[in-house]
Each structure stands twice: as C-alpha cells, then as structure tokens.
Design a protein around this ligand. Structure first.
Ligand code: PEP
Length: 252
C-alpha cells in the first residue's frame, strides 16, 4: 500500500524568519494528523538545513528541496548537488515541476539525470508530470503524460523506481484556482498506476505514492483524496497557510 503524503511546495516565498514561523505553526497544527499520513515541507534552499532541525522531533514531517542540479559536482555556478542535499540529511526533492520545465527549459532528459543523482545519494525524488491546457483540450493528455513517465523513469530498476514518488500536476490547474475534478485526476492516476504495473508489476505499482497537484485546497481535498489512486497532494498556494495545509493533510 502506498504511503499517504502531502507535500507543501513554497516556491519563491518566505524569508528566514517567515520560514521558521510557518514551520513552527505546521509542527504545532500537525498534532491532529492521523498517524498514517506524512508531510513534506519545501522551503527555499538557504533554509533547508535549519528547517530539518525544526522538524527533527516530528516523525511525520520531513523537509523537501524544490530543485537539484543535474550535475554531480564541478564548475556549475549557482547549482546545488544531490550530494549536498544528502549531506544535510534531506529526505525529499521535487524534480521536473512544470515551472522548472517552462521557465528554465528542463527537459525529460535533464529530469532523468536529476532523478538518477538523487537516488544515488539516497534522496527521494518527487517527480512531476502533467499536461497543459491545449493537450487537455485536444484529448492527447494521457499519451503525453505516459511519454513523460517513460522518458524520466522507465530506465530505472524495480528497486530504484520503488523509491520514487510521482506527482500528477495538470499545468492548467496550477495556481489558477482551476482544479482537475476528482474523476479527471483519478483517470490520469489510474493510467499512471496501470503503466507502472505493466512495466514493473503489482508490488511496485501499488507501493508508489501518486500525488495530485493543482489548486488543491481544504474544500476539495476530501473528494480528491478519496479517489482510489490518489495517495496525497503536492500543494502550492494553500501550503503557505499552516491551518489550510494541515486541513488538507487531514482530508484522507
Ligand atoms: C504546485 O505548484 O505544485 C501547485 C500545485 O500549486 P497550487 O496548489 O498553487 O496550484
């Protein structure tokens, strides 16, 4: 059975003191979490180490990076490596978010390299896939998502892929207030799960957590999380408010 998980992607928000405050609020509010749910929190790079210290006592909460370099080490000014992230004890890293694909030109190949480096260093990749509005409207979204899935992950062994978390994030629903309906999200999640089953078998496909992301809020999380193949959420805007974030995590 896949781990239930809700991850907050803070993006380019919150300075040091704001990060500290919001994490403390989340830790306090997390007292109400059911024991089977885990949380991830993804603040900006400079605060990751301090953030890990703030959640150390809380077994259900881990810290997540928003990005990583596709290079191991060397002359790549401004980059942060998977080995650096692992050296501070980081648990998760988001890879291939649509904003990285769109604004920073990340291709499936770059994302695949990032996944490989994270796995090599023992950091769990949360790999994002999703279609834009054109692909949704012209009906080719499923084949597009499966293509992304295969390109980024299908070179991995069974053992490696079972350490990966997948997030389905329709681009048309990110930060727009427009959410995929529970049925739309479930259709894609089921198709991803079936495809994983076809390649890796039941053990792996049932064990991988499939998160939904795209305007997931306290008022729609219950209906999304009640779908058979939705194991949690990758949350943007609503993760910047501790009570909304915890309400979402309490929606299973
Ligand atoms: C995201 O950026 O991953 C996201 C899901 O954002 P939002 O919840 O704000 O749509």
């Amino acid at each position: 059975m896949a781990q239930k998980l809700v991850v907050g992607n803070w993006k380019l928000n919150k300075n040091f003191s704001e990060t500290e405050l919001l994490i403390k609020e989340i830790v306090d509010a997390a007292a109400t979490l059911p024991p089977f749910v885990k949380l991830g929190i993804a603040p900006a790079f400079p605060f990751l180490h301090h953030a890990i210290g703030l959640v150390q006592e809380h077994a259900q909460i881990d810290i997540c990076a928003q990005n990583v370099s596709n290079h191991d080490a060397g002359a790549y000014t401004g980059e942060v490596s998977a080995e650096m992230l692992a050296s501070i004890g980081l648990k998760y890293c988001i890879v291939g978010h649509s904003e990285r694909r769109e604004y920073f030109g990340e291709t499936n190949l770059v994302i695949r390299e990032k996944v490989d480096l994270l796995l090599k260093n023992g950091v769990t990749p949360i790999v994002c896939f999703g279609e834009n509005l054109t692909l949704r409207t012209n009906g080719s979204y499923l084949s597009y998502i499966i293509e992304q899935l295969e390109a980024c992950l299908f070179h991995l062994t069974k053992e490696e892929v079972s350490k990966v978390i997948i997030a389905y994030e329709p681009i048309w629903a990110i930060g727009t207030g427009e959410t995929a309906s529970p049925e739309q999200a479930q259709e894609v999640h089921k198709s991803i799960r079936n495809h994983l089953f076809g390649k890796y078998g039941a053990d792996v496909s049932e064990q991988i957590s499939l998160l939904y992301g795209g305007s997931c809020k306290p008022n729609n999380a219950v209906s999304l999380f009640s779908q058979a193949d939705i194991d949690g959420g990758l949350i943007g805007g609503a993760a910047l408010n501790a009570s909304d974030f915890i309400q979402i995590a309490n929606s299973f």
